[in-house]
Design a protein around this ligand. Structure first.
Ligand code: PAF
Length: 279
């Protein structure tokens, strides 16, 4: 695997590969890689000739400095994982390589920025679109892979690709879960044993909604799911909602197009999110 740290090196390498007619798959990450990321690498290897992974802990998408400082950065381990997954190129730039001082990014995220994660993490999607646009420009991928755990992020990036007429296909890939159901996340390593054990509640609440979807009303489903988070002082539920899959508006009535249930919750100091598509 080639490891490149600058955009100049990366662009040179990609141009050479593209001139040979090879297609490029991009898996953008912030590192601390787990099986979920590696499954995206696997998808990219199936769909593109060359797989590029990026590892960059993007400061502009953190609304909470403590979260940024504590974000895990096990780069040597990540490199080993990418190599054994068969990744071809790792792009691993420093902050100064990606950002100039006082840079302005004026892409309007729009409506999605006012809901769920957008509402609770002001500026988060502005930062995500800013870095993903830069990565798209540097890598010039034919296709880019994102995990369903960050479903709202996928919708935001899809909208950006459309708004800015970028010629890049996007693929949403399934959530990879631990054997007990907890969605894999780089933040899981920050949970202590007690927090890790209780974290499965996010999955259980979503499963409850899915199992009882036809027999209960939307209001009952959401209220009952919220009860899963009561009585444990380690849990601080931010939302558990059933929404339209495209707009992420709260669903007012059950729709033949299905729905998505989404949850965000602090477990101790660690904020976890998860979701489940209801067919
Ligand atoms: O999903 C992530 O890990 C990040 O938000 C992304 C897409 C790599 C942008 O920093």
């Amino acid at each position: 695997m080639k490891i490149l740290n600058t955009k100049v090196e990366l662009v040179r390498e990609i141009n050479q590969l593209k001139s040979k007619g090879l297609s490029i798959g991009l898996v953008p990450t912030m590192g601390a890689l787990h099986q979920g990321h590696l499954s995206l690498i696997g998808e990219s290897k199936k769909r593109a000739n060359i797989t590029v992974a990026s590892i960059f802990v993007n400061p502009t998408q953190f609304d909470n400095q403590e979260d940024l400082v504590n974000y895990p950065k096990p780069i040597e381990e990540d490199i080993r994982k990418l190599e054994s997954a068969g990744c071809d190129i790792l792009f691993n730039p420093e902050v100064e390589e990606m950002y100039k001082d006082h840079e302005v990014w004026d892409y309007e995220v729009g409506d999605l920025d006012t809901k769920l994660e957008g509402e609770l993490r002001p500026g988060h999607y502005k930062g995500v679109t800013q870095i993903v646009y830069k990565l798209f420009k540097a890598v010039n991928p034919d296709i880019a892979f994102f995990g369903q755990k960050d479903y709202q992020q996928f919708l935001v990036i899809s909208k950006m690709v459309k708004d800015l007429a970028l010629h890049i296909k996007l693929q949403l890939c399934d959530i990879v879960r631990e054997p007990d159901g907890l969605a894999m996340s780089s933040r899981n390593v920050r949970l202590n044993k007690e927090e890790r054990d209780i974290s499965v509640v996010l999955y259980k609440a979503l499963e409850y909604i899915k199992q009882h979807y036809t027999e209960l009303s939307l209001q009952e489903l959401q209220q009952n799911a919220a009860r899963f988070f009561e009585k444990n002082p380690l849990l601080n539920l931010e939302y558990v909602k059933i929404c339209d899959k495209e707009s992420l508006d709260l669903l007012q009535e059950k729709s033949p197009n299905g729905a998505i249930a989404l949850v965000a919750c602090f477990v101790g100091k660690v904020r976890l999110i998860d979701n489940m598509i209801i067919p």
